[in-house]
Design a protein. Structure first.
Length: 327
């Protein structure tokens, strides 16, 4: 009987399932490869080496390497440890982002925190029972956030321009330090990246709750937390302050800051990897200000012109684009 069942199973797999199995294998391989790319991207965005991620997750570095290479099947418990170490829900690793709304991570977090009456209103909007246009809010045009990798000049330029405009200047990392009672480096060392991101999100919420015009210099890694970054994009007119990798490195080292890279020959490769992994997020800013091969005064003048054109002139977006392109 056992032999008959075995022969029957072989016949089924060799006929009805013969075309499906290779396709299923290819789909599985494709999914594992995409999962590996997401893990590698998350690690790079957070500025974590493979060794650091493995240590924080309590897994071997070889396992992380195999995971990122898309090799073999993955234990869900080990994958959960990887997600915890990276500071994000495991569903953000396993879900296919192409099958989710663009702002799904922010929407999910806002819905989780919403009161029941707000949820009822959201359901009414999504079902078409209310006019959705009435719920839309414009970006606060008297609130500007500067994003980009450290060493681009966010704090220097933000402080200069805020003083000229008579606006408040806030450096988000200083707000985090005031809340935590430790330096940013100490927060990372004592509590880890996940705790730092919680401090960062709370600090951003406090800044957004305070009235009045402001220029905010965000930390370079704010893009590592999707919820915090989406809140920033929704609440501020964002400017990506960028520079070449060599200038980023030179300015950071001039400040005596080597996080998260050591002062060795691999430092530039690390910085380029981090910058490349974050570029698509930084590029979501409304405007890009390139500070490469430019003086601080020239960059401050250009940033002031950008803010005045967008926030103070009231000109239509097409006109603003033309004006900004001429800076």
């Amino acid at each position: 009987m056992a032999e008959l069942i075995s022969r029957s199973n072989r016949q089924i797999h060799s006929t009805e399932g013969s075309a499906a199995l290779p396709n299923d294998d290819r789909a599985l391989d494709g999914y594992l490869a995409a999962l590996g790319r997401r893990v590698r991207s998350v690690r790079a965005i957070r500025g974590m080496s493979r060794k650091v991620l493995a240590r924080e997750a309590g897994v071997s570095e070889r396992y992380v390497a195999q995971l990122e290479a898309g090799l073999g099947n993955i234990s869900i418990m080990l994958l959960r440890r990887i997600a915890d170490a990276a500071g994000l829900p495991v569903e953000d690793l396993v879900a296919d982002p192409d099958h989710q709304p663009k702002d799904w991570i922010l929407l999910r977090e806002l819905i989780r925190k919403a009161e029941p009456r707000v949820i009822d209103g959201i359901k009414a909007l999504l079902s078409g029972e209310q006019d959705a246009t009435a719920a839309l809010q414009a970006v606060h045009v008297d609130r500007v956030a500067l994003i980009g990798l450290r060493g681009a000049g966010k704090s220097t330029l933000g402080r200069m321009v805020a003083e000229q405009l008579g606006w408040r200047f806030v450096e988000l990392n200083r707000e985090i330090e005031a809340e935590a009672g430790f330096s940013v480096a100490e927060v990372f060392s004592l509590y880890g990246q996940d705790a730092y991101r919680r401090y960062e999100q709370a600090a951003l919420e406090r800044v957004m709750a305070e009235p009045g015009p402001v220029i905010l210099a965000a930390g370079g890694g704010i893009v590592a937390d999707p919820v915090t970054f989406e809140r920033l994009l929704a609440g501020f007119f964002t400017v990506w302050v960028k520079a070449t990798p060599a200038e980023h490195m030179g300015r950071v080292r001039a400040q005596g800051d080597f996080r998260p890279m050591a002062a060795d020959k691999a430092a530039m490769d690390e910085l380029i990897t981090i910058l490349q992994s974050r570029e698509e997020f930084y590029a979501r800013a409304r405007v890009t200000l390139d500070t490469s091969d430019a003086t601080v005064t020239d960059c401050a003048t250009r940033l002031l012109r950008i803010i005045r054109c967008y926030c103070l002139s009231g000109c239509p977006w097409q006109s603003r684009n033309r004006a900004l392109n001429s800076t």
